[in-house]
Design a protein around this ligand. Structure first.
Ligand code: NAP
Length: 285
């Protein structure tokens, strides 16, 4: 039997030899625990409102200790206060993901405070322009790619040694349905979100041997401040909802559970995947 499997899958590496035992332990542990992220430490960027906040809250409710962050101290303070009301073990700090010093401090302070890092959710994004892609200036293009793509990679790179030590690390990049189907007026932003699919796939291939899984969330239209230009008009909302299978816009909470699942042992054999949370928008086969 073993030789038949070897002939199908080729040679086994020493790492591959270690993984099944690790996975079996994780699967057994998952069966026993009701809080699937008990004992894990998570960072979520841009997490003082919207999708990031809902993700931080769900990770916390599922047992993780969470570090929230965004650019403004007062937003961080408010988010920490709200999450504490839910008895979540949480801390917060300022981190503008476009700033190297902030990124380094976010990772270091989390590890200093909580002793380790198991989960990185890279959620921050900007879109400074709306209109035809050919009208995008170089400055706007650079800003979109610096924050949405480069900062996501550099955060993952900064977190990597700690995720490696975790032996059960997980990275989730928050992309967008626009990465598959470019959103009208949001061409450059959509291209940056497609790049995150590539980053997810490339990192998942390299980091699997360290037992770090890398996945991607691609939300549809979720009712947040970021998407308010789309849903403040009732007519536009109706037009969008008409195209959906689930006849409502998404809420940030619709994203939290998916990310918690992806970071948990329930998803122990899932890596390099892009999960759409769109209420059924037509995005791919
Ligand atoms: N909403 C949607 O329909 C939708 C759809 C697809 C994908 N997405 C993606 O989901 C993610 C979150 O969007 P959202 O809709 O939840 O946005 P949101 O509700 O507007 O929340 C934005 C959050 O990001 C923080 N933030 C903004 N710029 C930041 C920066 N440079 N560094 C760190 N934090 C920053 C804000 O706090 P401060 O102001 O304090 O910094 C706030 O906490 C983005 O990646 C977006 O592309 C959203």
């Amino acid at each position: 039997m073993l030789s038949a499997l070897r002939s199908v899958f080729g040679r086994t590496s020493s790492i591959a030899g270690q993984l099944p035992a690790m996975s079996v332990r994780k699967i057994q542990a998952a069966g026993k625990s009701s809080s699937r992220l008990d004992g894990r430490v998570a960072i979520v960027t841009a997490s003082t409102e919207g999708i990031g906040f809902a993700i931080a809250r769900k990770l916390g409710l599922d047992g993780a200790t969470v570090m929230v962050s965004s650019r403004k101290q007062q937003n961080v303070d408010k988010a920490v206060e709200k999450l504490k009301e839910d008895n979540i073990n949480v801390a917060g700090m300022v981190c503008h993901v476009g700033k190297e010093e902030d990124r380094k401090q976010l990772i270091q302070e989390t590890v200093d405070k909580f002793g380790k890092l198991d989960i990185l959710v890279s959620n921050a994004a900007v879109n400074p322009i709306f209109g035809p892609i050919m009208e995008a200036t170089e400055k706007a293009w650079d800003k979109i790619f610096d924050v949405n793509v480069k900062a996501s990679f550099l955060l993952a790179k900064e977190a990597y040694p700690h995720l490696k030590n975790s032996h059960n690390g997980s990275i989730v990049f928050v992309s967008s349905v626009g990465g598959f189907v470019p959103l009208s007026g949001l061409g450059a932003y959509s291209v940056s979100k497609t790049a995150l699919f590539g980053l997810t796939r490339a990192l998942s291939v390299e980091l699997g041997v360290e037992n770090i899984r890398v996945n991607c969330l691609a939300p549809g239209i979720i009712k947040t401040h970021f998407s308010s230009a789309i849903w403040t008009s009732e007519a536009a909302t109706e037009r969008i909802v008409d195209t959906l299978s689930i006849k409502r816009l998404g809420q940030p909470e619709d994203c939290g559970g998916t990310v918690s699942f992806l970071c948990s042992d329930d998803a122990s054999y899932i890596t390099g995947e892009i999960i759409l949370v769109t209420g059924g928008m037509q995005a791919r086969l």
